[in-house]
Ligand binder design. Structure first.
Ligand code: ADP
Ligand code: MG
Length: 490
């Protein structure tokens, strides 16, 4: 069923031979919460500068953080979705550094004891094949504010709307080996948090973004020194940044240089990465447990209750669709990419040939919808009608060709397919007497062609075409074939 053929390994060709790229990602996913991690201020997008800032977010003296239970729940939910260990005891630390958009002078994060420990994600490529990536941890932390450098020629302004918003940082093991694998990992992770409802995955708004760690080595050799490319916020940029960075490192190493572990930025306009800060200037964050917050202790019953509310997750849904309906990995992957599409398929497929249904849903219907920039939720055709259309084909009432005409009329709002077929007289001719008469007439008129078929049975196609023409495309092709074969003796 599932053909998980691993693609050829990604290699960079250098002067001294081939190189392998090693990638590990730190994904920041904003918790889909209406309030911030330690204050009641709103997280709504698009407000005017500093409209959503509480005294806690602005770090006024004497203000105390209060943990948002909902955010913790979303982190646990995501950890369960990653099949990761949930740490019933975790802690918040202060990560100390000075920056104008961080008024407290420290970020509250989880350093030694994160709320979620090791897990594993099964990543799906576009073709439906899969591979596994180790998850090191998931921890909760605050987002920082934003410095605005483009408002005034002499001044920098600060917008604290984002300060204190809850982020889940999901850290992968260095298990990824190509730009495509890295993008597939982020796609799969994004799909998971969207299924779980813990993050909206909106990369354009920066609600999901990745720090990309890249190193190179000779295939199978020891891990090389890595560079970290900060805050990359599109699948395309992730791939471009990795390809550029890996090539840059290979060139340095082949020239006899070494890689300095450093933080870099990706510039999508120039298509290159640039140094932000080197290891020598690296921060010493002086982590220590935040004295204003108690250690986080979770009740195992609470964790179990959260687990009981998890929806069917993408990888499980995909395997089930393959098993239950005999779909290919590719077809199942396409359906799972949108839970509404999968649900639409399952409703339409009740009691029908699933392979036919998946083609009508994923090709005809989705193709038409995306042509108009619409989702399956906007479909003018309900799933039951797609099911009925497939039933008409299965029963031999209409041919697949006529079904396209019926589909066009359904799309145009003419209603249920059976009624359309009746109204427009589109019923397929299965009257064998009628087909036989046409066949006999054609054989008599074209004895040469009939002889040709006896010598070369594939030539029967010409007769099939003629019968279809005579019946206005409505003859049942299977019946036409059977009758032709009988009459021609092939
Ligand atoms: P830090 O806290 O300094 O960022 P971590 O150990 O947490 O360091 O690693 C951060 C990320 O770097 C992880 O996603 C990990 O998979 C990745 N990583 C570690 N070593 C390498 C390497 N040699 N090449 C590429 N990525 C790496
Ligand atoms: Mg890091």
């Amino acid at each position: 069923m599932s053909t998980t053929t691993a693609p050829a390994p990604y290699r960079i060709q250098g002067r001294t031979g081939e190189w392998e790229v090693v990638i590990g990602l730190e994904v920041h996913a904003q918790v889909a919460s209406q309030a911030k991690l330690f204050s009641g201020a709103s997280t709504a997008f698009g407000a005017g500068p500093n409209e959503h800032v509480s005294l806690v977010d602005a770090a006024f003296p004497g203000m105390l953080p209060v943990i948002n239970r909902f955010c913790v729940e979303q982190a646990v939910r995501t950890g369960l979705g990653l099949r990761a260990r949930i740490n019933l005891k975790s802690r918040f630390d202060r990560k100390n550094y000075f920056y104008p958009d961080l008024p407290a002078g420290y970020q509250i994060s989880q350093y030694k004891d994160p709320v979620v420990g090791e897990g594993e994600l099964e990543v799906t490529r576009d073709d439906g094949s899969t591979f596994k990536v180790g998850i090191e941890r998931l921890h909760l932390e605050q987002d920082a504010g934003k410095s605005l450098h483009d408002q005034d020629p002499n001044w920098t302004y600060v917008d604290l709307n984002r300060a204190g918003v809850a982020l889940m940082e999901i850290v992968s093991r260095p298990d990824l080996r190509s730009p495509e694998e890295a993008a597939a990992y982020v796609k799969t992770l994004r799909q998971l948090v969207r299924y779980l409802g813990t993050c909206d995955g909106d990369m354009e708004k920066g609600n999901l973004r990745a720090d990309v760690n890249v190193s190179v080595r000779k295939p199978g050799g020891p891990l090389g020194a890595r560079c970290e490319i900060k805050n990359v916020n599109s699948m395309r940029f992730i791939q471009q940044a990795i390809a550029y960075e890996a090539r840059r490192q290979v060139e340095i190493l082949e020239d006899g240089g070494s890689i300095d572990q450093e933080t870099r930025l990706y510039d999508p306009i120039r298509g290159e990465t640039r140094s932000m800060r080197s290891k020598e200037e690296a921060h010493d964050y002086r982590y220590f447990p935040d004295p204003d917050l108690l250690p986080l202790e979770l009740d195992p019953d609470w964790v179990r209750a959260i687990e009981a509310t998890l929806p069917e997750l993408p990888d499980a849904k995909r395997s089930r669709l393959m098993r239950q309906y005999g779909l290919s990995a590719y077809d199942a992957t396409v359906l799972v990419s949108d839970p509404e599409r999968a649900a639409f398929f399952e409703t339409a497929a009740k009691g029908r040939d699933p392979k036919l249904v998946v083609n009508w849903v994923s090709n005809d219907l989705v193709g038409r919808l995306s042509g108009e920039g619409k989702d399956i939720a906007d479909s003018p055709i309900p799933p039951e009608h797609i099911g009925e259309l497939v039933q008409l084909i299965e029963e031999g009432v209409i041919s697949s060709k006529i079904a396209k005409t019926v589909f066009d009329r359904m799309w145009a709002g003419e209603g249920a397919p059976r009624a359309i077929v009746d109204r427009h007289g589109l019923v397929q001719v299965t009257d064998t007497g009628l087909i036989e008469a046409a066949v006999e007439r054609l054989i008599a008129a074209h004895p040469d062609k009939a002889e040709a078929v006896k010598a070369k049975p594939q030539a029967i196609g010409w007769f099939v075409g003629q019968v279809m023409k005579e019946t206005g495309g409505k003859a049942n092709p299977a019946a036409v074939n059977d009758i032709l074969k009988a009459k021609l003796g092939v």
